[in-house]
Write a new protein. Sequence first.
Length: 272
Amino acid sequence: MERFMAYWGSISTADRVIILMGGMIFFWLLEGYYPLKRFRFNRWKHAGVNLVFLGTTLILNLIFGIFTIKICDLVVAKQFGLLHWMQLPLWSEILIGLMMMDLFGQYLPHWLMHKVKFMWKFHMVHHSDTKVDVTTGTRHHPGEWVFREASTIIGILVLGTPVGLYFLYRACAALFTHFNHANIRIPLWIDKPISWIFVSPNMHKAHHHYQRPLTDTNYSNIFSLWDRLFGTFAYVDPRELKYGLDVLEDSSDEDLGFQIKIPFNKHIKTDY
């Protein structure tokens, strides 16, 4: 276990990129053979729009992620945070760390972005995709990165997250994001048991329904525990869902200029 965490503590940028892109490419190929929904669209154009947003996220991580890593090093040097104070076995530190980072890095900022109007306007870009597939998981307005990273740093401070655990969490979060958004057909008898512990593709698709209340469910990324605990869990047949947002024209989902301007467009009406 120590060697495992030593790898994540010194993981190269190349390995991180391989994990990120490898998972996406795997599920993108799988979608072509076992699609949940058969969209009539240009997959390359759709992916291209979403990958532009991935590019902005990667740039922000490269520029400002150094600060997050320094926070990880600081809490370890000062022995600050719950993981240092509880003195648990390494395997339980990893499990608790991943669960709590899922809470701080995903559930809490995600929930806030659905409740605070100015935050929601940034998050609308993610929900505006009418053809949800693996690339949708990378579709986040650059402004949304600030909300998520700020909450992640709070989680690091609370837990005392070492850099190895932080990178492990990031890798797991990326792989689950690809898995959850992938347009893959999974039988209910397989998907539903997965959703008892983890966020499954069918479970997360409810979050991308074009209308509330389903839009305001299933905020977690890795563990379904948080949605079950806070009463935001929902499970419906994904074949009954329609993707997108009822306050936007479906045709605008691949208009990159329009999407970038959504947070600042006063003509878009929303009651969030």
